[in-house]
Write a new protein. Structure first.
Length: 195
């Protein structure tokens, strides 16, 4: 009997250690307490972060001449509006959000151009291919529209502003956003809460 009890205690100890190891390896689970707007705000932030490589490409390929690209803006707005319609959400609302997103990104690009004009040594010497940045932007656009559709009730709730502020704070901390990117994130999300 004593041997059987010892085996059971040993087995329980081994299973306990294995359970703890499994938790440590798999990382924290995303439970119900995760902010419902976190993924949308995170995708918007990642999209903002494409501003630096895009600005570098425009600086190098256009010798610092042009940041704005109206045909590309129209292409993006048309694509996100179509995606919104397919998902059954208000296309005008989605276009307004993406117009803010594009304006915030353009603001970052203008800031970089200004910095590089004032300090030419800090200007980039190489930049990624613009098509790679645009592919990332297109993927994030799709992800954002998907999150807007998924979180439609939250975005139209009386609690949206608080939830959005908490999501922005969490994303800014997770991505260690500098003041410029934090300002751009605030601007790009200012139309989210449609109450």
């Amino acid at each position: 009997m004593a041997v059987a009890d010892a085996v059971r205690r040993c087995a329980a100890g081994v299973f306990g250690v294995l359970a703890l190891a499994a938790v440590a390896v798999t990382g924290p689970a995303r439970g119900d307490d995760v902010n419902p707007l976190f993924d949308l705000v995170d995708a918007a932030t990642q999209r903002l972060q494409t501003a630096d490589p895009v600005a570098a490409t425009k600086w190098i390929t256009h010798a610092g001449s042009s940041i704005e690209d109206p045909p590309r803006v129209e292409q993006v707005l048309s694509a996100v509006a179509s995606d919104a319609n397919r998902r059954g959400v208000d296309a005008d609302y989605v276009k307004r959000i993406f117009t803010d997103q594009i304006d915030a990104t353009t603001g970052i690009e203008y800031t970089r151009f200004g910095q590089w004009k004032l300090d030419p040594v800090s200007a980039p010497g190489v930049a990624p291919d613009l098509s790679a940045s645009r592919a990332t932007i297109d993927r994030l656009n799709t992800e954002m529209v998907e999150q807007i559709a998924l979180r439609w009730p939250v975005l139209h709730s009386p609690d949206c502003v608080r939830t959005l502020d908490e999501a922005k704070t969490a994303v800014a901390a997770a991505r260690t956003l500098d003041p410029l990117y934090r300002q751009a994130l605030d601007f790009s999300t200012h139309s989210y809460c449609a109450t």
